[in-house]
Write a protein that binds this ligand. Structure first.
Ligand SMILES: Nc1ncnc2c1ncn2[C@@H]1O[C@H](COP(=O)(O)OP(=O)(O)O)[C@@H](O)[C@H]1O
Ligand SMILES: N[C@@H](CCOP(=O)(O)O)C(=O)O
Length: 337
């Protein structure tokens, strides 16, 4: 069950009357979400008698209605302004529609909700090198465009969150995993000074394959900006390479990694500090998602709650990735317990 707040036909009609998007034709729940409740909504322009010769009666407009399950209304202005900034800069990002009364979101069953254009395309489970390069270029453009975005949000998954999460997991995970987590934290602390010199800015923060829509080799949409915050710019590239460049057996594909990174470097500044800290940032990205998946698995984090426990993503994907990064760049010794 991926929709936590079910809505009725009457709810939908009531919601659409607050926008200039025509009348409700139909709607259906979206199954894939794990944090928010999402619906595909189809609307039809009200028919104007004078335009009947030009209007196509069956033409429907597609929207996505999102009911925010965990974000509070006071957290929304940042995300709404961010996606509006990107869409205004001609990047394919769904920006919230504005209601008749000038609002970017409404309240639906006590929760904030917003209406977005439904973008074309599908996410790709096994992206090609060409598609990896397309994401590298997209990311570079997005980081350039976000230099002009003035609002900020702190990274919620900072070192304090990491330390707290490891404490919460004590006794629930193996001794090997606990020691590995401590070794990673030690490594990141030892590298804190060089990492402070890396380029920072606004990042997407969750650029997994299922958040990027393609038609052929062209990116037609990037969605789910709700992890956006200030961070190392290379954090985005690291989240993407960690998820996009794997084969079916979790082996890391260097050619896809190279395609994405070189496409990004071709369009964005890549300083000596970025170069030196690239292994550490890949490790940090893998650590954050290993921890968030472990928390969901063992402590029923937000992913477990939203899906009522029936979908939790596999933490081991990130443990494998971490072991690979540590060995590939020889970051520290990994010993059996
Ligand atoms: N604007 C959009 N255009 C097209 N599809 C969308 C859009 N927003 C969401 N979706 C679809 O809804 C699914 C879940 O959305 P997502 O924002 O990832 O939810 P969650 O944060 O709950 O995981 C996506 O995988 C995608 O299929
Ligand atoms: N992409 C992350 C999960 C992020 O959750 P979301 O509900 O915000 O999309 C992962 O794969 O662990």
């Amino acid at each position: 069950m991926a929709v936590f707040t079910p809505l009725t036909q009457q709810d939908m009609v009531q919601i659409l009357t607050q926008y200039t998007v025509g009348q409700l034709d139909s709607y259906r729940e979206i199954g894939q979400g794990i944090e928010n409740s999402n619906f595909f909504v189809f609307s039809r322009e009200a028919s104007h008698p004078k335009q009947t010769d030009v209007q196509k009666p069956d033409e429907l407009t597609r929207w996505v209605l999102t009911v925010f399950e965990t974000l509070k209304a006071d957290e929304l202005p940042f995300f709404m302004a961010l996606t509006t900034h990107l869409a205004d800069s001609a990047l394919p990002v769904p920006a919230p529609q504005i209601t008749h009364t000038g609002k970017l979101w409404l309240e639906v069953r006590g929760k904030p909700a917003a209406l977005f254009p439904c973008l074309r395309g599908e996410w790709v489970a096994n992206p090609s090198r060409t598609q990896c390069a397309a994401l590298g270029r997209y990311l570079a453009k997005m980081h350039v465009v976000l230099r002009d975005f003035s609002q900020t949000r702190a990274q919620p998954r900072d070192m304090a969150w990491i330390t707290r999460s490891i404490k919460q997991l004590q006794g629930l995970i193996s001794a090997f995993d606990e020691r590995l987590l401590h070794n990673i934290v030690q490594f990141l602390e030892d590298n804190a000074s060089p990492m402070q010199l890396c380029s920072v800015g606004t990042v997407h923060g969750d650029l997994f394959r299922d958040n990027v829509l393609f038609t052929g080799d062209s990116i037609t949409g990037v969605i789910d900006f709700y992890h956006s915050c200030q961070d190392y710019l290379l954090f985005d590239l690291a989240v993407a390479t960690n998820d996009w460049c794997l084969d079916a057996e979790r082996g890391f594909l260097e050619d896809k990694h190279e395609a994405m990174v070189s496409a990004y470097r071709g369009l964005q500044t890549w300083t000596q500090a970025d170069e030196d800290c690239w292994p550490a940032i890949q490790l940090l990205a893998a650590l954050r998602f290993w921890l968030s998946r472990l928390l969901s698995r063992y402590l029923g984090g937000y992913q477990g709650q939203s899906t009522q426990g029936d979908i939790t993503k596999d933490p081991d994907e990130f443990k494998c990735r971490i072991l690979h990064i540590v060995r590939r760049y020889q970051l520290f010794p990994i010993k059996p317990v």
